[in-house]
Design a protein around this ligand. Structure first.
Ligand code: SF4
Ligand code: SF4
Length: 105
């Protein structure tokens, strides 16, 4: 089982309170606000942790650069993808890759 799947399984076993605390911890580690792609709109709406929550909700439309590969959350969750704010969550991108036949790590 991949690290990402293991982590998702662990989170599924958590109580609602434990899961909320884990998500809050991951949000505090998110470095999106330092990324050139992140913008004022996303900041005002407190958008973070796109790798889990999926695309930005009507704030981020253009990709400039993505700092996700260097984010501690990438190591913590075992993420393979990036540009989550414009391309969707890790889960969504993995699903799309299986549909389009891209190799999964
Ligand atoms: S991997 Fe990217 S979207 Fe996920 S927490 Fe880190 S910077 Fe934010
Ligand atoms: S998901 Fe990647 S591209 Fe989008 S704001 Fe976060 S670091 Fe930047």
């Amino acid at each position: 089982m991949t690290k990402f799947k293991e982590t998702m399984e662990k989170m599924k076993q958590m109580s609602d309170e434990e899961r909320a605390a884990a998500v809050e911890n991951l949000r505090s580690m998110c470095i999106c606000p330092t990324c050139p792609t992140y913008n004022e709109c996303a900041k005002k709406k407190d958008e973070l942790l796109f790798c889990a929550t999926g695309k930005s909700f009507m704030c981020i439309h253009f990709e400039k650069e993505c700092l996700c590969p260097g984010c501690p959350v990438t190591r913590e969750l075992g993420l393979n993808n990036m540009y989550f704010c414009t391309r969707g969550s890790e889960k969504a991108q993995r699903y799309e890759h299986t549909i389009w036949g891209a190799e999964m790590k």
